[in-house]
Design a protein around this ligand. Structure first.
Ligand SMILES: Nc1ncnc2c1ncn2[C@@H]1O[C@H](COP(=O)(O)OP(=O)(O)OP(=O)(O)O)[C@@H](O)[C@H]1O
Ligand SMILES: [Mg+2]
Length: 403
């Protein structure tokens, strides 16, 4: 197997403490603190070619644009580029542009001076300064507000930042690795993204294929995750039955590598023997969920009817908030996936999450926590009446009713 669990990984481990330190010092910021392992699996010919491209690009200082569907490994590749570059001893900062509110993002990126706005009690350096001499990963860059795109372009051109509330430029030396899962060419055509910034980013482009187009990676990745999660869960040696291999190979993996990883993890948790069987995976994905949703429509309606009888205040808001909170937790607080699951725009989602105080928090809140009476109420009604009600069904119902 062509896993890069060799010296590249060893060298990346060497830099991890430093990277971690930089991140931990600033946990209050809304920064992706991912410190995931960087074991890369590239078996399919498409992926091998891609790996060669990454190895060619990495040592240069060129700005990189990584394009790929959700879960295809954009962040992992960005970390790998940093680990193979001359900047590997310096900070790798990862910033999710979609997770920051519009009025915070400028100060997050460029820093601010004391007193420059209400609440700026001290001056603070931005992520460009923190990542000086290192790399800055700008994830979901297509979500940058237009006004900020102009400022970012200036920073990239001048190689200096000006903090909010200051006039003094600070020189910086940062390698930008940007990622997007939206088509930036279309975004430029729709005037949502500046063409000049697009050209700045698009110096070296890495296109990550969806997993369904590099099926030679499926089994090596499955074994890779089986090993990692098997060890973590203390499962002993667990194998895939032949029919499971066929099932995994034939599946389309709309959520790509992340979906495969989660599927293996989940299967290990429920598997009663040393062989993972097809039925240990919940794979037929959306189509099965929709079937289940149809079957449980009655239970959902019953639960809602019970709720109506209780006449709680603001019933519609209660149901809407419950759906959004549940979907957000279900999608592990990934805004893109949540918006896609609910079939609403990310702006609408962000607005709602802001209303519920769910933006800029890092840890999942348990939906049925005692403090959240309103959500708990909905669950309780279902449980009290022994209705087989679950939120996954609620979500699937919600989606299928829109189709
Ligand atoms: N080539 C690979 N080898 C092994 N694991 C991988 C590989 N690519 C991705 N992964 C794993 O798959 C998961 C998803 O990867 P990552 O977060 O980098 O994807 P992404 O494209 O940034 O996703 P999103 O668009 O949702 O942010 C991670 O747990 C990562 O470790
Ligand atoms: Mg990502």
């Amino acid at each position: 197997m062509n896993s890069l669990l060799d010296k590249n990984i060893a060298s990346n481990h060497d830099i991890t403490p430093k990277t971690l330190l930089a991140f931990n010092e600033s946990q209050s910021r809304s920064l992706s603190l991912s410190v995931r392992a960087t074991a890369l699996v590239f078996e399919d010919p498409v992926s091998r070619k891609l790996l060669q491209q990454i190895q060619r690009i990495a040592p240069s200082d060129a700005t990189v644009l990584i394009i790929g569907e959700t879960g295809t490994g954009k962040e992992l590749v960005a970390r790998h580029i940093h680990a193979l570059s001359n900047r590997r001893e310096k900070v790798f900062g990862a910033l999710n542009c979609a997770a920051l509110s519009e009025n915070l993002i400028e100060s997050e990126l460029f820093g601010h001076e004391k007193g420059s706005f209400t609440g700026a009690y001290t001056s603070k350096e931005g992520w460009f300064e923190t990542a000086d001499k290192g790399s800055l990963f700008l994830d979901e860059v297509g979500d940058l507000p237009l006004g900020l795109q102009a400022k970012l372009l200036r920073v990239l051109q001048e190689q200096e930042v000006v903090k909010v509330g200051s006039r003094q430029p600070v020189p910086i030396d940062v390698r930008i690795i940007a990622a997007t899962n939206v088509n930036l060419v279309e975004a430029v055509a729709a005037a949502h993204f500046r063409a000049d910034l697009y050209y700045r980013f698009n110096v070296a482009t890495i296109q990550l294929s969806p997993l369904r187009e590099r099926r030679g990676d499926i089994m090596p990745l499955a074994r890779h995750f089986l090993k990692i999660y098997g060890e973590r869960l203390g499962c002993g040696e667990i194998k895939l039955s032949p029919s499971t291999e066929v099932t995994l190979l034939n599946y389309d993996w709309p959520g790509n590598i992340r979906e495969l990883e989660n599927a293996i993890h989940r299967a290990l948790l429920v598997c009663p023997t040393n062989y993972l069987r097809p039925e240990d995976f919940k794979l037929s994905g959306i189509r099965v969920q929709e079937r289940e949703a149809l079957a449980s429509t009655t239970s959902l309606e019953n639960a809602l009817q019970q709720l109506c009888e209780q006449t709680p205040p603001k019933l519609f808001d209660l149901v809407e908030e419950t759906v959004i909170r549940t979907a957000f937790d279900f999608c592990e607080r990934n805004q893109f996936q949540t918006a896609r699951l609910l079939d609403i725009s990310r702006n609408v989602l962000r607005h709602k999450l802001g209303l519920y105080g769910m933006l800029l928090t890092t840890k999942s809140k348990v939906l049925t926590g005692a403090e959240d009476f309103r959500n708990k109420n909905l669950v309780e009604i279902a449980t009290k009446n022994a209705i087989p009600f679950n939120y996954e069904a609620l979500l699937s119902n919600n989606r299928s009713s829109r189709i």
